[in-house]
Design a protein around this ligand. Sequence first.
Ligand code: NAD
Length: 255
Amino acid sequence: MLMQGKKGLIVGVANRRSIAWAIAQRVAQEGAQLALTYQNERFGENVQELATKLENPLLLQLDVTSDEQIDEAFNKLQKEWGQIDFLVHAVAFALKHELESDYIVTSREGYRIAQDISSYSLTALSRAARPLMKESGGSILALSYLGGEKVVPHYNVMGVAKAALEASVRYLSYDLGAEKIRINALSAGPIKTLAAAGISGFSHMLEFHRQKAPLKKNTELSEVADAGLFLLSNLSRGITGQTLYVDGGYSIMGM
Ligand code: NAD
């Protein structure tokens, strides 16, 4: 089992359709022990119910915009486990109206919120995880999307946040490499989740992807989970600072 004896924190489970939950289940199958967070009370019950499917899970409330809550969560991990081996960041948010019209009308506040929650939080969480990975290194995984690199109509401010997220993955990899902490991103093709429901024209994105991707299909949660397992496990020990596409090949197409 690839993750036997490993412990990790997964941030971003909202419900059973969440990419974070697919990754959580996959690494748990391989023997990992997990701590799951929920953003606030609204998601608490859902996440609690999902956690019953795991062995000895830790459950923590964590809104990534709060430095106090980040400290509290990592203090709890320190107290309960002393160290962690991996961290999954599967968190993103933008105000709904920022994903409906043109990028050029993005408000200052809408830009700040998208960057804070979807990008800066990776840096804050990596910094908090660092002392818990001191002993034997670790692996950190973030979730990205092609809209951070190419223009995807309506993805707007979230695309700019994903560009910052992917750049953060590279800078964090440089900072933490000497401590044997690796950081990579998975760029997944569109999948119908709660977060995706906020992007206007999302069904059209799914249809377009199905037609244009070399594999002629939509990306499945299980495909992202398997690639997540690879990047979190020792199998990827030589890889850091990368963005790996799990998108049926969509991103290679020029025409
Ligand atoms: P999701 O709605 O299941 O997950 C998004 C999570 O972000 C939720 O758990 C939500 O609680 C959390 N979140 C939002 N604001 C937060 C805050 N302030 N503090 C803590 N948590 C907060 O949707 P998902 O599609 O599974 O998204 C997970 C990640 O995958 C995101 O980074 C998303 O951009 C990325 N992604 C999604 C797709 C897709 O098509 N669904 C494609 C590529 C990348």
